[in-house]
Design a binder for this molecule. Structure first.
Ligand SMILES: Cc1cc2nc3c(=O)[nH]c(=O)nc-3n(C[C@H](O)[C@H](O)[C@H](O)COP(=O)(O)OP(=O)(O)OC[C@H]3O[C@@H](n4cnc5c(N)ncnc54)[C@H](O)[C@@H]3O)c2cc1C
Ligand SMILES: NC(=O)C1=CN([C@@H]2O[C@H](COP(=O)(O)OP(=O)(O)OC[C@H]3O[C@@H](n4cnc5c(N)ncnc54)[C@H](OP(=O)(O)O)[C@@H]3O)[C@@H](O)[C@H]2O)C=CC1
Ligand SMILES: O=C(O)C(=O)Cc1c[nH]c2ccccc12
Length: 445
């Protein structure tokens, strides 16, 4: 019933093992690349999205394989986030399908609680990703109607290549797969440490130092606040604009309020209401250099994917000038930065909170489903299903709740198709034999 990986060299074995659980039956003794037929989908990425699809498939008895480049599940959360991180949306918007958070979780779980939850999620559904396997390319083979997914193992001292062959491909590599590191004039000459926010853990080592934080999204705000809490002196670059919203309105989550309002009013009206409330609760934040975009917060999130900042304390540090807000960067020089307003600042280090991007265009070949920036072209709610068995989960710019919705649709759709095809092949065993031989030929070529 479960994953049936088999090597390409042994056809009788291949036919035999259909319908059984076997992992890597034969190491390939002749070639450095192994070929594995997967009797079900290949899921790329073991973050929340990949795990949620896997859980849905398990529930319906569909076999699959999850490929993960890191050595653990949810690597974004485990390896690329700072210590003080908490979920910034209330917990009911962050749990994955069919397995609720423990009741004693606080309204905003810490990243450690969230990681523990994801670990128990994987354990509960018995999901065992193939770790240290980065997908290098995935290509649809028109001749055979199959996907060829090539990975390279990142753990072995000499890289091992594997090719997976399957009918369905689920892209779950996330909107935040790679860090964005802009090219700044003179940054190479800057003498101090330069770190991206994904490698920042805490401001412990920055005590007394002047730190330039580039970017004012949720990361830039949180890193600046953390630096303050460790007695460092952060200056935060706001080159264009930002929407800062209170995390709560009269003790109720702003996000929840927005979700409720959206059911009744058009988006622009919800934005107007949010901005009036923000003004009442936070005052005029433009006074501090936090210029608001001309589009409203939800409209901007929808159109440009730019997430509004839900304030969790940085704003009060901006008011008290413990976080200094500065305009865009002109150039760096040894030990200092020159800003677009001509101001020169001595700084000890730089943290780039300049965001993330998808990596899909680098490995998914010949596809017209994803745009150049690696996000499906079709807008929500039609962005989860492509052609020829291609699926995408977690690209709707709707955080964890959006990923969960996608995962449910994708798992249902694949299960339906898998059951149809399995029934067919059971009816005609010769058909199945023929397909296996096709696969063998495909691999040989
Ligand atoms: C600092 C931070 C805080 C956030 N906080 C929240 C929040 O509070 N609430 C919320 O709703 N959302 C939040 N988000 C958004 C975040 O994207 C989601 O929470 C969630 O992690 C998305 O899950 P995902 O599985 O789609 O992507 P990811 O969590 O990024 O998982 C993708 C996985 O795919 C793997 N992968 C990537 N490329 C390859 C490849 N080529 N081959 C094999 N594996 C690959 C990665 O290693 C990773 O493990 C936050 C994001 C960041 C950066
Ligand atoms: N749970 C939580 O508390 C947290 C959640 N997150 C989530 O993670 C995702 C990523 O957030 P984040 O890392 O903040 O990234 P964002 O993409 O939201 O923000 C990037 C910031 O960097 C700025 N920037 C980019 N390039 C330059 C440049 N060349 N010069 C100056 N500034 C530049 C952008 O400015 P501009 O707008 O002008 O391009 C913007 O302010 C978001 O979805 C966010 O909600 C992140 C941290 C904490
Ligand atoms: O944190 C993120 O990246 C999210 O995408 C969560 C999110 C989705 N829609 C929003 C609207 C306002 C603030 C956060 C989010």
């Amino acid at each position: 019933m479960y994953n049936t990986p088999i090597t390409c060299l042994n056809i009788p074995n291949m036919l035999q093992t259909f319908g059984h659980q076997h992992h890597h039956l034969h190491e390939d003794l002749f070639f450095s690349r192994r070929c594995i037929w997967v009797n079900g989908p290949v899921i790329v990425g073991a973050g929340p999205s990949g795990l949620a699809v896997a859980a849905g498939l398990k529930q319906q008895g569909v076999p699959f394989i999850v490929l993960e480049r890191a050595n653990c599940i949810a690597s974004l959360w485990q390896n690329r986030t700072y210590d003080r991180l908490k979920l910034h949306l209330p917990k009911q918007f962050c749990q994955l399908p069919s397995f609720p958070f423990p009741e004693d979780f606080p309204e905003y779980p810490t990243k450690y609680q969230f990681i523990n939850y994801l670990e128990s999620y994987a354990e509960h559904f018995n999901i065992n990703p193939h770790f240290n396997e980065a997908v290098q390319s995935a290509k649809y083979d028109e001749t055979f109607g199959l996907w060829r997914v090539k990975t390279v193992s990142t753990s072995a001292s000499n890289p091992v290549e594997v090719e997976y062959i399957c009918r369905w491909l689920v892209v779950a590599t996330g909107e935040n797969a790679e860090k964005v590191v802009p090219d700044f004039k003179g940054l190479k000459e800057f003498s101090g440490p330069v770190t991206h926010a994904c490698d920042y853990k805490s401001g412990e080592s920055c005590q007394g130092k002047s730190v330039l934080v580039v970017g004012c999204g949720n990361s830039g705000m949180e890193v600046s606040l953390d630096l303050c809490n460790h007695n460092a002196h952060p200056s935060m670059v706001v080159r264009s604009s930002v929407h800062v919203l209170p995390r709560e309105v009269l003790g109720k989550s702003t996000f929840e309020l927005a979700v409720t309002l959206i059911k009744w009013c058009p988006l622009w009206m919800v934005d107007k209401i949010l901005l009036v409330l923000a003004r009442l609760i936070l005052g005029n934040v433009e006074r501090y250099g936090l210029k608001r975009p001309s589009l409203g917060p939800l409209e901007l999130k929808n159109i440009a994917g730019k997430t509004p900042v839900l304030d969790s304390g940085a704003l009060s540090k901006i008011r008290s000038r413990d976080i200094k807000v500065v305009p865009g960067i002109k150039r760096f020089a040894p030990g200092r930065v020159e800003l677009v307003n001509g101001e020169n600042m001595q700084i000890d280090s730089v943290i780039l909170a300049t965001g993330y991007r998808s990596n899909v265009p680098s490995w998914l070949k010949d596809n017209d489903f994803f745009s150049e920036d690696g996000i499906p072209k079709n807008p929500f709610p039609n962005g989860w299903k492509g052609k020829a068995g291609l699926y995408a989960v977690g690209f709707t710019r709707r955080g964890l709740s959006g990923a969960s919705l996608d995962a449910i649709s994708v798992a249902l759709d694949i299960a339906k198709r898998w059951k149809e095809e399995t029934k067919q092949t059971r009816k005609s065993v010769t058909g199945q034999h023929r397909r296996c031989i096709h696969i063998f030929r495909a691999i040989e070529n």
